[in-house]
Design a protein around this ligand. Structure first.
Ligand code: NDP
Ligand code: 2IT
Length: 445
């Protein structure tokens, strides 16, 4: 397999999908050598079969707003690969959603899920519908209309959706409600459910906590055992960002920034637990903007910018894809940032990743660092299958163990001759090999 040739062909067959091309290129560049050492992979054309999704459902959703206007949105589910378990992955509601975004996310999800040690394949779904500014009833009607079409393609042993940007507990509950009515079953289809109807403790916290557990595994190899004295910059202020901040505070770190798609706040005093509780409420109950924090606590707000020019020792991008470019990566490194651990999916551009690797800082790619969310989703599926629920401590302990084992896999496959751990290479090779071996064993299907 020659990466350039393969990519040219992929771009020709699937034009105008830059995010999908980017995700594929990043994985292929780091697995090329390992792949080519296995001629049996090439013979079975594993590379095309692993990069191109199994199928994509694409449909129009029609719903009625509070004023009685009939609205349409485009919606999708990308079932990428189910060689190691049922399709599994979140649903994103955001105006920027189009096939390329969901194809990149489903591709990444396949390797991320392989790393978790749990039997889950990869998928992603979503719509260009934006919950922001909509009433609860409008969100409910949209979720119901989306599931009215999708329900026949999902199920506890076929495809299990969850949340992502714009899809939290409220949206999952509305979708699950419609699903169980249509499917006439009440099993584990959907994770991130409410605790009253099969949800798992620690699922809301899992992505953020998991990212910090991964970060601590990296830091421990450098002899650092807590976050005391660390200045931490976080982007986003949603599910991942807020629980990331909570864990950072618990370990003694200082959080100086958070953001949303309109801008960022910089709080030199640090965002403490009380201020973080305000952000939780602002985002989840009032559904307001991060700017309101700056007004309330009288701190700096920078409109339309991302937080990476602020001096920090640790950066935790937790908002969206391509939110750190080359220049911002250089700024982070020159300001003394020694670790970047990705809560979001593909938040760093290829050029930004190159800067981190060249400078040999600790850099954890999303598919390793943010795998805690889907891991606890997997644990929610296990609990649903057994029809019982584990206590918080048990789920948290399993999450910590999974993050440690992902870290170990990255070290195993990513350690370079000089001892530097290339976590990108480690995560990509470990995830890829597992899926590729499963596909080889199962023949051409
Ligand atoms: P939320 O919707 O809860 O929060 C998203 C946050 O990111 C909001 O603050 C939002 O601001 C901001 N944001 C969204 N889009 C953009 C954009 N285009 N530019 C700038 N800021 C933006 O989503 P999550 O916290 O669940 O997801 C955040 C990231 O983490 C995503 O990349 C997701 O794929 C990834 N992830 C999520 C997991 C989960 O379990 N939820 C698991 C693993 C990864 P605004 O309010 O203005 O839109
Ligand atoms: O990107 C992700 O891993 C998620 N949005 C969570 C997926 C899941 O199935 O819990």
């Amino acid at each position: 397999m020659k990466v350039d040739q393969f990519l040219d062909n992929l771009k020709r067959r699937f034009p105008n999908e830059p995010e999908y091309h980017q995700a594929v290129e990043e994985v292929l560049l780091s697995i090329e050598e390992t792949y080519n050492a296995h001629p049996e992979f090439e013979k079975q054309n594993i590379i095309e079969r692993i990069c191109i999704p199994d199928r994509i459902f694409s449909f129009r959703v029609t719903w009625v707003d509070d004023k009685g206007n009939v609205k349409t949105n485009m919606a999708y589910r990308v079932q990428h690969n189910n060689a190691i378990g049922p399709y599994k992955g979140g649903i994103r509601f955001h105006e920027s959603v189009y096939p390329s975004i969901l194809k990149f996310l489903a591709f990444e999800q396949t390797f991320k899920n392989a790393l978790t040690t749990l039997p889950m394949g990869g998928a992603k779904g979503g719509s260009d519908f934006t919950p922001q500014g909509k009433s609860d009833s409008e969100v409910m009607r949209f979720c119901q209309a989306y599931i009215l079409e999708l329900w026949r393609h999902i199920g506890p042993e076929t495809d299990v959706p969850a949340g992502d940007i714009g899809v939290g507990g409220r949206e999952v509950a509305y979708m699950f409600g419609m699903y169980r009515k249509l499917a006439q079953e009440n099993t584990g289809t959907f994770t991130g459910k409410g605790l009253e109807f099969g949800g798992s403790l620690i699922r809301p916290e899992a992505t953020g906590y998991g990212n910090i557990y991964f970060l601590m595994n990296m830091l421990k190899r450098k002899g650092i055992n807590d976050l005391k004295g660390q200045v931490v910059s976080i982007s986003g202020s949603g599910n991942v960002a807020t629980y990331t901040a909570e864990k950072v505070l618990e370990l003694g770190g200082k959080v100086i920034t958070m953001s949303d798609s309109s801008g960022y706040i910089y709080d030199a005093e640090g965002i403490d637990s009380e201020k973080l509780a305000y952000i939780f409420d602002l985002k989840n109950v009032q559904r307001g903007r991060i700017k309101e924090y700056a007004d309330k606590y009288n701190c700096k707000y920078v409109d339309g910018e991302r937080p990476w020019s602020e001096k920090c020792t640790i950066a935790l991008p937790s908002a969206t894809q391509n939110e750190i470019d080359k220049q911002e990566a250089e700024m982070l490194v020159s300001n003394g940032c020694m670790a970047v651990s990705e809560g979001a999916n593909m938040p760093s551009t290829m050029e930004a990743v190159e800067v981190f690797l060249k400078n040999k800082i600790l850099y954890a790619p999303g598919k390793a660092a943010n795998a805690g969310g889907v891991s606890v989703s997997g644990l929610e599926m296990s609990q649903n299958a057994m029809k019982l629920s584990w206590p918080k401590e048990e789920v948290d302990k399993r999450l910590q163990d999974i993050m440690a084992s992902i870290h170990e896999a990255c070290v195993k496959y990513g350690t370079e001759p000089d001892g530097f751990v290339n976590y990108v290479k480690g995560a990509n090779i470990a995830g890829f090999m597992k899926v590729a071996k499963a596909m080889m064993a199962q023949g051409v299907v």
